[in-house]
Design a protein around this ligand. Structure first.
Ligand SMILES: NC(=O)c1ccc[n+]([C@@H]2O[C@H](COP(=O)([O-])OP(=O)(O)OC[C@H]3O[C@@H](n4cnc5c(N)ncnc54)[C@H](O)[C@@H]3O)[C@@H](O)[C@H]2O)c1
Length: 454
């Protein structure tokens, strides 16, 4: 079998090993295109027929600002080296299969939901030939490669891992807005079922990654990926908790942050209206739900609760500002500016704005959502049309287009002059000059804090 692995390494080196990428989303599509660009023949498999059709037409199905991706999709398809399909038959020809399907958690229990992963593995295992290297790029709860991926592939394919096929886990570090940049420039953790498999994986990724490729085992790779996103979530939760404390004390968290970060080794992140995206809200739960953490985790769930609470805090700020204007939240018409979870992106997964819209609805207020990148919220007339006649505007996403909003014009369009800023896009001074009642996450009003009342 060592010979077969060595042969595969040679085919990879020569870019003659046929590749399959299962799942052509934010992770799979750019990876498939990058390998096609370097000379590999790539089959891209997805369940979404419209997505497959767009890719085969050379059209990038991902919107938002994604530098270089649209051109790369056109180039990869035009070269004849990337072909997308909904038909898994061609998986039988793949010598390397990369899996990039969603690995969400349950909304209520936060347990990993493996439906897409199982589906992808079954499609592959039913057709996989001996000598295939299977690499999961999706993020996994620690222990999933050994506990689910390996036994499922063996059972369905009737092949033996380590003898007839090999397994690797190479989690992605991309983020929307920087997909191609991150693939090329971020160090990658390359988990192989054996050190020899990790070395072959490194020879594969060397074709598209210019940064360090760190060989390790499967479990360590799972822990690194879920750990790095849990780390970020906990750090954002700290910033958000500081924001709540500063607001309540009548201080400005952004000034506090600037000064706090002058202390050696302190890097406080930016607070905000909530945490969204495919990864940060769920990967901490994958860490907590994986091998080794049974009953141990306290900090990670607490951080999740802090971050999940931020849209509710925005609602409280809105209710306070409306009250100051002599208006009520119930019955108010509220412009929600930004529905993506990230600035200048079309990615709405786990968007804090969707939670705010739910909360507004529960409070009897009507949300008018605008987002320049997200259908159906990119109305003609832009943010101005969305805001016209509303009782308040709430900025949930720091899209570039919102940074340019002239506040005097905003005030003229609103029927009640209330602006809630979830991302510190504006300053209190600007808002005052425009005659707006302004609230910003993390900024207490002078004289309103608990210090003032002592
Ligand atoms: N989006 C990110 O920025 C990012 C970053 C790092 C890691 N990840 C991880 O990568 C994985 C994929 O995330 P994504 O953002 O690319 O998801 P995505 O939803 O953008 O894309 C996944 C694609 O997989 C397809 N799919 C689902 N089941 C399938 C099946 N059985 N067969 C074929 N196709 C199938 C879907 O139709 C979809 O097009 C997840 O584990 C995620 O946590 C995502």
């Amino acid at each position: 079998m060592a010979d077969v692995l060595a042969q595969l390494a040679e085919q990879i080196e020569a870019r003659t090993a046929p590749l399959a990428v299962i799942g052509l989303g934010y992770v799979g599509l750019p990876v498939a295109c990058k390998f096609a660009q370097t000379g590999f023949r790539v089959m891209g498999l997805d369940l979404d027929a419209a997505l497959v059709e767009a890719v085969n037409d050379g059209v990038c199905p991902i919107e938002g600002i994604e530098p270089g991706l649209a051109e790369l999709v056109t180039e990869a398809v035009g070269s004849g080296r990337l072909r997308a399909t909904t038909d898994p038959t061609g998986l039988a020809q793949a010598r390397v299969a990369l899996i990039a399907v969603p690995t969400p958690v349950d909304d209520q229990t936060h347990e990993p939901r493996h439906g897409a992963l199982r589906g992808a593995l079954e499609s592959l295992a039913e057709r996989m030939q001996p000598g295939t290297l299977v690499i999961v790029e999706s993020t996994l709860a620690p222990g999933t490669m050994e506990g689910l991926v390996l036994p499922l592939l063996e059972r369905v394919s009737d092949l033996e891992a380590g003898k007839d096929f090999w397994l690797g886990h190479c989690p992605e570090r991309v983020m929307p807005g920087r997909l191609l940049h991150n693939i090329a420039s971020c160090d990658r953790v390359v988990g192989g079922m054996t050190p020899a498999v990790a070395e072959v994986m490194i020879s594969l990724y060397r074709h598209i990654v210019q940064a360090e490729l760190d060989p390790t085992d499967l479990l360590t790779a799972e822990l690194v990926k879920t750990g790095e996103n849990a780390y970020r979530d906990v750090n954002i939760a700290f910033a958000n908790e500081m924001a709540l404390i500063c607001e309540a004390a009548g201080a400005d968290v952004y000034r506090v942050r600037d000064l706090l970060n002058k202390s050696p080794g302190r890097i406080m992140l930016m607070p905000g209206a909530g945490v969204g995206g495919e990864c940060i809200p769920k990967d901490p739960w994958l860490l907590v739900g994986g091998a080794g953490s049974d009953g141990l985790a306290r900090l990670v769930p607490a951080a999740r609760a802090v971050n999940d609470g931020m849209p509710g805090h925005v609602l409280d700020l809105l209710a306070g500002a409306l009250a100051e204007a002599g208006a009520e939240l119930g019955g108010a018409r509220v412009a929600v500016l930004g529905y993506a979870y990230l600035e200048n992106s079309d990615d709405t997964r786990n968007s804090p704005s969707s939670r705010l819209v739910e909360l507004l609805d529960l409070a009897g207020a009507a949300a008018v959502v605008h987002d320049p990148y997200v259908n159906p919220y990119a109305q003609a007339g832009g943010w101005g049309e969305a805001v016209r006649g509303c009782d308040a505007a709430v900025v949930m996403v720091a899209h570039d287009a919102y940074r340019e909003i002239p506040l005097a014009a905003l005030k003229e369009l609103l029927s009640t002059p209330v602006l809630v800023d979830g991302r510190h896009v504006f300053s209190g001074k600007e808002a005052d000059r425009a005659g707006l009642i302004y609230r910003c996450v993390g900024i207490g009003r002078p004289g309103s804090g608990t210090c003032a009342s002592r």
